[in-house]
Ligand binder design. Structure first.
Ligand code: ZN
Length: 138
């Protein structure tokens, strides 16, 4: 079994999801295939397919939400890299043992029918890492 299968998507923090959708539709030549609000994270997301990978746009629905705070600090731009894994809990346990700082020790429901967990950018040279696994419980 692989630890990390592939880059599942790149997350990009944006101020205005509708405006960013238009720009990325122009850039990629396809409209987003899905738009979804994740209330627990105070974000609205939209997803574009790029070959075998995806681009996720994230806009905050709340001035105090994590994306709003990210943009206030760093401006719009790449927010996280998401890796597809077969067994997210196994990977979280492995990474913790390797000394990585986990934001979520237990995975939680994310957008696009995934269960997800984040690894702190302090332990990955400044890049927020998301692990995601297809949620097979529908
Ligand atoms: Zn993501």
């Amino acid at each position: 079994m692989n630890h990390i299968n592939k880059i599942e998507h790149l997350g990009i923090a944006v101020n205005d999801i509708e405006q960013a959708n238009e720009v990325y539709e122009k850039l990629l030549g396809v409209p987003p295939y899905k738009q979804e609000e994740v209330e627990s994270e105070s974000v609205i997301t939209s997803f574009f397919k790029v070959g075998d990978s995806k681009i996720e746009l994230l806009a905050s629905t709340d001035d105090e939400g994590p994306i709003a705070r990210f943009i206030a600090k760093k401006g719009e731009g790449i927010h996280h890299i998401a890796f597809d894994v077969d067994d997210i809990q196994l990977e979280l346990d492995r990474l913790e043992k390797e000394g990585f700082r986990l934001i979520n020790k237990v995975p939680k429901p994310g957008a696009d029918n995934k269960i997800i967990a984040f690894v702190h950018p302090k332990s990955t040279h400044g890049v927020l890492i998301e692990l995601c696994q297809e949620n097979t419980v529908k």
